[in-house]
Design a protein around this ligand. Structure first.
Ligand SMILES: Cc1cc2nc3c(=O)[nH]c(=O)nc-3n(C[C@H](O)[C@H](O)[C@H](O)COP(=O)(O)OP(=O)(O)OC[C@H]3O[C@@H](n4cnc5c(N)ncnc54)[C@H](O)[C@@H]3O)c2cc1C
Length: 211
């Protein structure tokens, strides 16, 4: 059912999918969705603000031949000290290699080992961080988030089906009949609230400190 705009929304937008948040989560989702979906991607500042861009050390993933998914899961649950949901941890860890491989295919330039003596091909340089029992931190020098962001932003900007709206703050969700059908979004530059309607709405606004 179409949503009637009975507020002061000065502009209306209609998309298939509304993604609120332009960090690694929002950008990755936008790039994974089928190209025939019209997507609105919302960022509350410019695309280079936010945790993803500033993340430094790297991402944990099961990449080393001696590492295992079980080991990474147990390390995460131990470090989480009761805050983690095992199913979420298992899902994340199980998919970690696949995510890294996808990022590499997009063009993210992670550091490689320079000390390889055989000819078995390039191998990621993995560092060890607190709480981990194996080397599993893949990184791009000490600016991993920037390396990931820049690649994903460039891809999203080039995608014809992704419309990017910066300096927009989601202030309220629109729900009807138990479904989220859009959001009211403040354009910080004009100070106007705009109506964004979509068949699916995704909150990728960060702050997911518990898994
Ligand atoms: C300094 C720093 C260093 C870090 N280092 C590491 C590290 O080495 N390794 C690691 O794994 N993690 C690290 N992290 C954590 C990591 O960056 C985050 O967990 C990850 O980037 C979260 O990605 P995300 O896409 O979920 O959210 P974010 O990157 O935070 O993106 C959230 C998006 O939501 C948008 N948004 C939020 N609220 C609204 C709203 N109301 N309306 C519209 N848009 C909104 C923001 O504009 C932004 O685009 C670090 C974080 C920081 C801050």
């Amino acid at each position: 059912m179409p949503v009637t705009d009975n507020t002061s929304a000065s502009r209306q937008h209609q998309h298939d999918v509304l993604i609120i948040g332009s960090g690694a989560a929002g950008l990755s989702l936008a790039l994974h969705l089928p190209a025939h979906y019209r997507i609105a991607l919302i960022s509350k500042a410019d695309l280079k603000q936010g945790s993803t861009y500033w993340a430094q050390g790297g991402m944990a993933a099961v990449l080393h031949t001696r590492d295992t998914i079980d080991s990474h899961v147990e390390d995460t649950l131990n470090a989480g000290d009761g805050l983690c949901h095992r199913d979420a941890v298992e899902f994340t860890v199980r998919n970690s290699r696949r995510c890294v491989e996808w990022l590499v295919r997009q063009g993210v330039d992670f550091d490689l080992r320079e000390d390889r003596v055989d000819n078995s091909g390039p191998e990621f340089h993995l560092t060890m961080e607190g709480g981990h029992s194996h080397r599993r931190i893949i990184h791009a020098a000490d600016a991993t988030g920037r390396a990931i962001s820049e690649v994903l932003i460039e891809k999203a900007q080039a995608a014809e089906n992704i419309e990017i709206f910066t300096h927009r703050v989601a202030v309220d969700l629109i729900t009807a009949q138990g479904h989220c059908q859009g959001a009211y979004i403040l354009d910080r530059q004009t100070d106007h609230v705009e109506l964004f309607q979509a068949r699916a709405v995704v909150l990728a606004t960060g702050g997911a400190s518990k898994v």
